[in-house]
Design a protein around this ligand. Structure first.
Ligand code: ARG
Length: 463
């Protein structure tokens, strides 16, 4: 029996239940549904709507349901439309008449909104924790490669050498913003909708403030219509998750490229690479490719939820059920991707010899030559032209740039020395820049940021 059968003369059509049921996916809200129900029962007790014996009977039944679900002995009935129905049905079977009071003053509309917010609070923090784990891998590798350097690129053309640590930490800082965004979204969704009922609150003496506090929410809803129809938190969480996915995608793309034979900056560990069913020689970066590929569906989830929400009148509409699966999938995919990328990056061999060779090309220090002239008083635009001319002559005539520089009256041997392997990167001294001195400072700041974020995650719910 559905919860609403009484209004209807006949049974719902099988095809209706098949189309509208959410149980196949919302059963993963069971723990949160039970938590919400326990708090609701305690609230009903405080309001005198359940006596002590009744409240104890319902709580015992909720405990039994929890055990049955954990053991896998919980039997779902064909008419269990969703997890809320299944739990209430079973509680009523176990607790008898007291069980029939569980839904007093409550609707599945405020119930599902509560469950989903509880779920998001926990899962966004869990994802953020996994992001910090990946950041720790990036930091570890950055510390380990010391002063190794590689070409930095713009337009995928070699531009200036940068420390490998600097490059790795660039991805790390993007992830730091993701952690911040996830926790910020979490802070905003920390509102308890219970007590809003179907849409308008209740004639019964409910205590939404007490229930919100009992469930560990920062506060209760301000407006019952908003409470049951608001899924901003789903859209916002999905955006934060999608942007995290985009960052993993960009990181994945670099791993793919770095691991190519043409570039050869990275050698993947066997445990984190895949082979080909046909080509015996292949060693493929499938983890990095899927980290890149998953971003597509994550971005799709944001679009899907925003599109679902855009035309909805107040208050609850069944369309809102469509916000659940994108959230579940985004969190699942990202947790898998983060763990796999962390494993890949922790175990890959960074081929610093090949990186240095690529960065020590003759033009990597071209701007240093121009800046050498600037230090002697030449306006930068003129200096740029002088060096550009030497670079062009070197390329056209096949002459060594260093020889041309050494022979130039305004440059000479001191300037030519800037072209020696490994010199250019040491001259990036700007705070936040790519050379050893600022990178050492940056690394300590990043380390401190990770420690702070770990504390934010382990501590009490962020304010
Ligand atoms: N499974 C439903 C959902 O996720 C629960 C709420 C059902 N409410 C209703 N009025 N039919 O939205």
């Amino acid at each position: 029996m559905t919860l609403w059968q009484g209004r209807f003369a006949g049974r719902p059509h099988e095809a209706l239940l098949a189309f509208t049921a959410s149980l196949p996916f919302d059963r993963r809200l069971a723990a949160d549904d039970l938590a919400g129900s326990r708090a609701h029962v305690r609230g009903l007790g405080r309001a005198g709507l359940l006596d002590d014996d009744e409240a104890a009977a319902v709580v015992a039944a909720l405990d039994a349901v929890e055990i049955e679900l954990a053991e896998g002995s919980f039997t779902f009935a064909p008419d269990d439309e969703d997890v809320h129905t299944a739990v209430e049905r079973r509680v009523t079977e176990l607790a008898g008449p007291a069980g029939a009071k569980l839904h007093t003053g409550r609707s599945r509309n405020d119930q599902v909104a509560t469950d989903l917010r509880l779920w998001c609070k926990r899962e966004l923090a869990a994802v953020a924790g996994t992001v910090v784990d990946l950041q720790a891998v990036l930091l570890g590798r950055a510390a380990e490669v010391g002063d190794a350097y590689l070409p930095g690129y713009t337009h995928l053309q070699r531009a200036q050498p940068v420390l490998v640590a600097h490059h790795l930490l660039a991805h790390g800082w993007a992830l730091a913003r993701d952690v911040d965004r996830l926790l910020d979204a979490r802070r905003r969704l920390d509102v308890c909708p219970l007590g809003a009922g179907a849409l308008a609150g209740s004639s019964l003496p409910l205590d939404p403030d007490g229930v919100a506090a009992d469930l560990g929410f920062a506060g209760r809803f301000e407006n019952s219509l908003d409470a049951v129809s608001d899924r901003d938190f789903a859209a916002e969480s999905l955006f934060a998750l999608a942007l995290l996915g985009v960052h993993l995608s960009r990181l994945g793309e670099e791993v793919v490229w770095w691991a190519s034979e043409e570039v050869g900056f990275l050698r993947l560990d066997d445990a984190w690479a895949t082979g080909s069913s046909m080509l015996p020689q292949k060693k493929n970066p499938d983890v990095a490719e899927l980290a890149r590929g998953k971003a597509g569906r994550l971005v799709g989830h944001v679009t899907a939820v925003l599109t679902t929400l855009k035309g909805l009148p107040l208050a609850y509409n069944r369309d809102l059920q469509e916000t659940q699966e994108p959230l579940f999938d985004a969190v699942d995919q990202l947790r898998l991707a983060l763990a796999a990328l962390a494993g890949l990056l922790a175990s890959a061999t960074v081929r610093t010899d090949r990186m240095a060779r690529a960065a020590d090309g003759p033009t990597g220090a071209a701007v240093d030559l121009a800046e050498h002239l600037v230090e002697a008083g030449t306006p930068f635009r003129e200096a740029h032209a002088v060096v550009a001319d030497l670079v062009r002559r070197s390329l056209e005539a096949g002459e060594d740039l260093a020889d041309l520089v050494a022979a130039h009256p305004d440059l000479g041997p001191a300037a030519a020395a800037l072209l020696a392997p490994g010199v250019a990167v040491t001259r990036r001294t700007t705070p936040g820049g790519a050379g050893p001195a600022p990178v050492a400072v940056q690394m300590e700041r990043f380390r401190a940021r990770l420690a702070d974020d770990r504390q934010r995650l382990d501590g009490p719910a962020p304010a």
